[in-house]
Design a protein around this ligand. Structure first.
Ligand SMILES: *Cc1c(COP(=O)(O)O)cnc(C)c1O
Length: 219
């Protein structure tokens, strides 16, 4: 199947039609992104700064670029002029740098806090206590050029659907709790090719899907 067919198959399987699909195009050539663009996709996800910065000028300007991978502070400047949403913010220090670079570009950059929900400790992200502290910190109030608009999480890589479901449920609960006081939190980014159906059932409104659209990646 081609990219267009894959896209409609994925879209048709969404239980919530309002869930936003981010096409994760990492490692894929610009031609593949163009094909997805022509099929209507405007949101693309990349996990490497260099790759995103290389692809961006080669593609239409109305694309929204999502940085979904772990972001190093010294690389923020390369994507600050155009990035639409940074999904994996996990520290105040990183936010401070994003704020600085956003200011230089006279923009406000939307960010998600990555919350650790998976069992394995290889995954990045903050625990709930740290995220709470960050959201309530005074320093954050001074960052006028970043806006935290939601949360992101990755479930454990496992066949155990019950476990995946429980991890997503936990994040949804945290999201709902945070939202009571922070109404600006609107996005819950969870779900990838292998688990997006479970994520959507558990309240995700943004999924990041790569291989189910573009095929397996060859690293
Ligand atoms: C690669 C990646 C995805 C997409 O993975 P697939 O399994 O190919 O859908 C989603 N989120 C993050 C953070 C990723 O790095």
């Amino acid at each position: 199947m081609g990219i267009r067919e894959n896209l409609s198959a994925v879209k048709n399987s969404f239980k919530n039609p309002d869930c936003l699909l981010i096409a994760v195009s990492k490692t894929k050539p610009v031609e593949d992104l163009k094909e997805a663009y022509e099929a209507g996709i405007r949101d693309f996800g990349e996990n490497k700064v260099q790759e995103m910065a290389d692809k961006q000028p080669q593609l239409p300007a109305d694309i929204r670029w999502h940085m979904i991978g772990h972001l190093q502070r010294n690389k923020v400047k390369y994507i600050a002029p155009f990035v639409s949403l940074i999904h994996a913010v996990d520290s105040l220090r990183l936010l401070k740098e994003i704020n600085k670079q956003a200011k230089r570009n006279e923009r406000v950059i939307d960010c998600l806090l990555q919350i650790k929900i998976a069992e394995e400790d290889s995954k990045f992200g903050m625990d709930i206590a740290d995220a709470t502290a960050l959201l309530n910190s005074e320093e954050l109030q001074n960052f006028k050029n970043v806006k935290i608009v939601g949360l992101m999480g990755m479930a454990t890589f496992t066949d155990d659907e019950k476990q995946i479901s429980q991890e997503f449920q936990r994040l949804k609960k945290v999201f709902d709790q945070f939202k009571i006081e922070k109404s600006e939190l609107k996005i819950l980014s969870m779900g990838m090719s292998g688990d997006y159906k479970i994520a959507i059932e558990n309240g995700s409104n943004m999924v990041r899907i790569g291989s189910a659209i573009f095929g397996e990646r060859n690293y």
